[in-house]
Structure formats: C-alpha cells, structure tokens
Unconditional design. Structure first.
Length: 577
C-alpha cells in the first residue's frame, strides 16, 4: 500500500503541471474514451458506476429516458414524502434542487429531455484507500473534475459537478468502539467511524456500547464528511464542544495520493485544517476517530408561547434572546427553537445528566415575563434515561429520524453573545427577525448554546483546530428558512424566495450581527464575504495548507478554501480563474 501511495504521489504533479485551463466535460475532445473508463473500472474491481438519474422513469426523451408511469408516480410521492431519503443512497444524485436544475426532474413534462446536467458522470464505490488513489490519479491524468459524495445532503453542491468523477464513500460502513483510547491529548472512550456512517447508525452503535457522541441532528447526515470537517453542530455541543472539537484522528488520502493519518501530533497542519476548515478540499477522509462520553439521563422538554398582540410578542422574544446567555453559560444545556411571526416554539430542551427540575430553574426568570405580558404558554418537562431516548423523542426513530431537511430554502448566521446582551443591538436584531417572519412565509430556526473554550470552560479541552473563532463568541446559530421547501410546481416562485433571502434577509441579518460567522447551511447564490463568514481569521493559513497538499487544485467545492481560484464557464466546465 505504501509503495502504491508513493507512486501516486510522484505521478500526479507531472500529470497536472501541463493541465489545460478547464476540466474536460463530455463532448470535449479530451474527454476520456470508453476504453479509459473500462480500464478504471478494472482497476477498482468493477466498482465504477455510471450515473443514471433517478427520474429517468418520468421522461420520454433524452439520453436517459425510460418512461414508466407507475414508477414515476411512486418517485414523485417519494420526493414529496421522504425527501432526501430518496437520493441519499443513489450515487451521482443531487440533493439540492438548485444543482439539479430540472435537468431530469420527476416534476417536469415527460417530454422534457432527461440529461445528466450537473450530476457526476461516474462514481467509484469506494471500499478503501486504493480506490481513492485510483480515482485521484484518473481524474488528474485525464483532466476531469473530481468530487466526493457520501449522502450528498449538501446545500452548496460540493458533492456533485458537471463532468465529474465522484468518489462515493457511502459504503464505508465501519464502526469501532475503543474503550480506552490513549494519546498525549486524550485518554478515554472513543469511536472510529468509517466515512459512510450516518448519524443514526452512529448513535445506535455508541448507545448500545453505553456511550453518547456529538453528531448531526438529522439521522441521514454522514458524520465524517462535510458535517465533521465543517464544524458540526449538535444538541450536545454545550456539554462537550463542537463536533470538530471531538476529532482525535483522521484517516485520509491526500489529493496527491498519499494515504496517511492526521492527528494533533502527526501531520498536525492537516489535522488542524480538517477540523473545522471545510470538507472536500484538503483530502478524501476515509474515517475519523472521535471522543465518546458515558451515556446517562437527559432532562428534556418543550415550550410554546403565542400572541396576536404583536408588540407584546416581540417584547417577549427580545427578552428570550437577552436571557439566552444565562440559559447556557456555565451549563451543559442546549435549547432548540423556532421563531415565527406570532409564536416561539421550543422544540427541545436538551440538558444532559440533569433532572427535569433543572429546566424549571432555567425558566424561572422567563415565565414571569410571559405572565407579565399576558402571553399564554404551554410548557412541559420530560426526563429521558439516555441521550438516544431524548434524540428519538424529538427527531424521530433511528436511523433516519424526521428532522432531515426536505429541499429547503435556507441560510444561516451565528448570533454573538455581545449582540443579545446589548439592549440596542438586541432590539435591532429583533426588528430584523420581525421583518423576516412577518409575511408568514419564513421562520427562523435557532439553538442557544455555548462553546466558549477559554480557561475555565466546563467543556473538555481539545487540540487546536480551525473552527471559526466566531463560534466561541456565539450564543446562537439561526437559520432563516421557508415553511415550504422547493416549489416543484413553480420553480420561479422558489427563485423569487431565494432572491429575497440572498438580497434582503441575509444582508440585514449580517448587519445586525457584525463580525460574526456562518454555518454550512448556506444558499449557493450567497453574495456576501464567504471567506470571513465561514473561516474568519483562519482563512490565510487554511489556504497555505490547501496549496501544500493540493497544489494543482484537484479538489474543488463552492465556498471551499481556494475555490475562488476556479470559475465555472458557460457550459459548466470548471476553469482556472
């Protein structure tokens, strides 16, 4: 294996040094021949998969048409009911309708041609590092685009690309419970997850072993990919820190084909970049080893208050945010809630290793404010024996759960602690929220949390990593999004909503939270300062590491580090800027 990795490492620079300015797409003279693809298929043991859009059964024209009325009706129902479950297990398919671009949709006319559009042309069903090395070498030699897909729940389209070869990691389904991991940074329980493990599978495995971990709220989301490498929020982050804070080891193949492990002690620059610096750009991660924590009881609950008295309602919401830091500072508590135009709904209190009385204590200063404002409320407290029991109660049965996004129109913003504690700044933020929600089409999904890691923090220590510093100063992450997702029957309506989000709502939210940051839940048409929003002061160092390990920019993703060095031309080719 080491010899093969070294051969790839030596071969790739020479190949890429003379690359044309644009990656080839089908139809270009330089596009690989059938024989080239056949050789790649043989190299990876017959695991090269040609993409066929799932909606081909809904079309009568185009290169992939295979109309079947009954199958098409079933697919339409699956899109509407199951959402991303329909696409997550299909190599080459695209989650975000923005990137599907109606190129082969179950909702368009059957006479519209079914084409690949922005989908990857082929995918390698990755079973280990040799498959990744073969894919990297082939993409470099043939000057084609390379992407990585696990589940593909990816707003920014990093897991797809026109003319691309995809490395499909979904079947790297390995879980190893480590009772006593030891390093200079950490000693204790850990879990090693293959890149194909989704959150629901991870939760089940660690629960059965008596542990809990920081992982996604959507059971369908892969743990090790863009989630973990892109910071990773969870309802356990106040207790233990962000998901990227949990990483002990990365197992990966670099863009030049080198198979290695990155830890805080070995290849530590790569470890630092992967832990928070964004996925799909520094290397192809095959597994990650994370801290695990003893499981135990969780105090949970729900609350909703609603009022048609607009003035009173927004005063209550303003107080709720102002008290936010006191709810989570020096605690292990997370509070997830949504704000609409006349109701604030706490979806869940998550208070690990506490009794329900802790929630009563937490709300002791807020409930009297609702009484003072004559705002009715419902408030319940529930105690769960384990974190998984709490998770299932709020997010649905494992492995998939019910909180997974169904083609939303969404963006994100971190809210600084200093904003909500300042009376004027907090009122300004509430005015922005009121403007976002007043027409009834939008709500704001938020979580109160604290991941401050300064001396004296109650959270476990972690090695240095590239998480945006704004996370340490934040009290909430908030996602403005529509109640109704992508409008399949009227895509123009969706476009109008997206334009309002990008041109009006998000700039106002950013102005109300100056100097803060963004989550990965970002609309692909975002026009703001993505370098500052996603990476902050770490960007320049991350770019140096990107250039060190991927000097020829074989790996690309929208808003990934170094992505502004490439542009898409009019036909979708990826070209050097």
């Amino acid at each position: 294996m080491a010899v093969r990795a070294l051969m790839c490492l030596l071969a790739l620079p020479a190949v890429l040094a003379s690359s044309p300015p644009c990656r080839y797409i089908p139809g270009d003279a330089g596009w690989p021949s059938r024989r080239d693809w056949a050789r790649l298929n043989a190299t990876v043991g017959g695991r090269l998969i040609a993409t066929v859009p799932v909606a081909h059964v809904c079309h009568k024209t185009g290169p992939f048409s295979a109309y079947d009325e009954g199958a098409c009706e079933d697919l339409v129902e699956a899109f509407q009911d199951a959402g991303p479950e329909t696409l997550c297990t299909v190599p080459g398919e695209i989650f975000n309708p923005y990137w599907q671009n109606d190129s082969c949709s179950p909702f368009t006319s059957p006479w519209a041609p079914c084409r690949l559009g922005n989908r990857a042309v082929y995918s390698i069903n990755v079973t280990g590092p040799a498959d990744v090395q073969a894919g990297l070498k082939f993409a470099a030699k043939n000057n084609i685009r390379l992407v990585i897909k696990n589940t593909g729940i990816d707003y920014l389209g990093k897991s797809t690309g026109k003319g691309a070869l995809a490395l499909w990691t979904y079947n790297l389904k390995t879980i190893e419970i480590i009772a006593n991991y030891k390093s200079s940074f950490y000693s204790g329980p850990a879990v090693k997850l293959g890149a194909g493990i989704i959150a629901g599978e991870a939760y089940k495995a660690v629960h059965e072993a008596g542990y809990r971990i920081v992982a996604p709220e959507c059971g369908l989301v892969g743990v090790v990919g863009g989630y973990l490498q892109g910071v990773g929020q969870s309802q356990l982050i106040t207790a233990y820190g962000l998901a990227a804070d949990q990483v002990l080891e990365w197992e990966l193949v670099t863009p030049r084909g080198e198979y290695l492990t990155a830890t805080p002690e070995k290849n530590k620059d790569l470890y630092w970049a992967l832990a928070g610096g964004g996925g799909g750009t520094y290397g192809v991660v095959l597994s990650a080893t994370l801290k695990a924590y003893p499981d135990g009881p969780v105090a949970g609950g729900e609350m909703v208050f609603r009022s048609q008295n607009t003035t009173a309602f927004w005063e209550a919401v303003e107080i709720w945010y102002n008290q936010g830091p006191s709810h989570v500072n020096s605690t292990r508590d997370n509070i997830q809630f949504i704000v609409g135009n006349d109701a604030l709904t706490v979806l869940c209190f998550v208070m690990p290793d506490q009794k329900g009385s802790a929630i009563d204590h937490l709300m002791a200063t807020f409930i009297p404010e609702l009484d003072r404002l004559n705002i009715p409320y419902n408030y319940t407290v529930i105690e769960y024996p384990t974190y998984v029991d709490s998770f299932v109660a709020y997010y649905g049965d494992l492995p998939y759960g019910t909180l997974c996004p169904s083609f939303p129109i969404i963006s994100s913003r971190l809210v600084p602690r200093s904003t909500v504690l300042d009376k004027t700044a907090n009122k300004n933020l509430m005015n922005v929220f009121r403007n976002i929600t007043e027409d009834g089409n939008w709500f704001i999904g938020c979580s109160f949390f604290s991941v401050d890691d300064s001396p004296g923090s109650i959270r476990p220590p972690h090695p240095p990593n590239s998480i945006h510093p704004a996370w340490r100063d934040a009290i909430a992450y908030c996602n403005p999004q529509t109640y109704v997702g992508y409008n399949w029957d009227d895509p123009q309506k969706t476009l109008e909503m997206r334009q309002r989000l990008v041109n009006d709502l998000l700039p106002a939210l950013e102005a109300a939270t100056p100097g803060s940051g963004l989550q990965n839940e970002l609309d692909p048409t975002y026009k703001g300062d993505w370098k500052q929003g996603l990476y902050g002061a770490h960007y320049d160092r991350l770019l140096e590491i990107k250039h060190k390990y991927d000097p020829d920019h074989l790996m690309y993703g929208l808003f990934a580090v170094g992505s502004d060095e490439f542009v898409l031309d009019g036909r979708g080719r990826l070209c050097r800027a």
